[in-house]
Design a binder for this molecule. Structure first.
Ligand SMILES: C[S@@+](CC[C@H](N)C(=O)[O-])C[C@H]1O[C@@H](n2cnc3c(N)ncnc32)[C@H](O)[C@@H]1O
Length: 289
């Protein structure tokens, strides 16, 4: 288990969709080969939300390899794809273990779940057919050495790479609270804990990824892709506050009383309908020159 639940990925999905930078996605698509089908690799795919966001933008026949190591999330891919195709009016055929085949706008999209532990599996993930690499909300979990290896393989194979929605450390709670600084620092320390990929980059990930790719000769562009969460988004606010308070307390047990005050204050602000937050994310696009 990775610790990322199906419920959490569902809750964040509309905020992810609204936040993604459209220009970087369009430039990624323009750099892909014109031939079809395209083979695309998504790293840390969860239930496949990144493929669902990108497939219609890319257009034409596509084969997606959706790598993750969490069996529950991999099992969730089929049902999430099916719910999406029903909402969008596409036709879908569940191919059981081999994935889902979707027919949309004259194109066929094959979405394959691939179980792989990416800690030592990045070479294997990119060993098969691949025209482009994508990842969403994944770069901040890994370490600098792992990103360096990813950049080196992408350069060797001249693969365009699009990373979206990595946190960049900006958090703007409104109204501000006296405990924001303590909570934010403790939460950032928790994000940097080693998840098996070396010390996690957390908010440093977008900068480090961009630097690793530029060092390999890619043309790199970055753009902000922030979540904007308003007073009406109560479930998202509740989830964020609970996750942030728990992580911050684990990282800084001495600050537990201040963090508990922060949590109570934020909960009463949700109830009063006055709380908003912007969570900073960054998309990174790398194109072979
Ligand atoms: C924040 S979630 C993002 C999921 C998905 N990309 C999305 O945007 O909805 C991070 C994902 O990384 C996956 N992950 C974490 N460690 C992993 C590992 N060692 N190997 C493969 N996947 C991993 C988790 O299972 C989870 O699905």
């Amino acid at each position: 288990m990775s610790g990322f639940s199906l419920d959490w990925l569902r809750l964040r999905a509309p905020f992810d969709l609204a936040a993604r930078n459209g220009r970087l996605a369009t430039d990624f698509v323009a750099a892909l080969p014109r031939t079809r089908p395209l083979h695309l690799v998504d790293l840390g795919a969860g239930t496949g939300g990144n493929a669902r966001a990108l497939a219609p933008v890319i257009g034409g026949d596509q084969v997606w390899h959706l790598f993750d190591d969490d069996p529950a999330l991999l099992a969730g891919q089929g049902p999430e794809h099916s719910a999406w195709t029903a909402r969008a009016g596409y036709a879908a055929r569940d191919e059981a273990t081999s994935g889902v085949l979707i027919e949309a706008a004259g194109a066929r999209w094959c979405l394959h779940p691939r179980r792989l532990d990416l800690r030592d599996g990045i070479d294997a993930a990119l060993a098969g057919p691949c025209d482009g690499v994508t990842m969403a909300a994944f770069a901040d979990l890994v370490g600098a050495r792992w990103l360096g290896r990813l950049a080196a393989i992408a350069a060797e194979r001249r693969l365009p790479l699009l990373s979206v929605l990595a946190v960049d450390g900006r958090r703007e709670w409104r109204p501000a609270a006296p405990e924001d600084g303590i909570v934010c620092a403790a939460f950032a320390a928790h994000q940097r804990r080693d998840k098996g990929f070396g010390p996690a980059l957390g908010p440093e990930a977008p900068r480090q990824l961009a630097a690793s790719l530029a060092a390999q000769g890619f043309a790199v562009t970055t753009a902000q892709s922030d979540w904007h969460i308003g007073p009406g988004d109560r479930a998202m606010l509740q989830a964020l506050i609970a996750a942030e308070a728990e992580a911050a307390t684990a990282a800084a047990p001495d600050a537990a009383p201040a963090i508990a005050r922060w949590r109570a204050r934020r909960q009463s602000e949700i109830a009063a309908g006055v709380l908003t937050v912007i969570i900073g994310h960054c998309d990174v696009l790398a194109l072979p020159r």
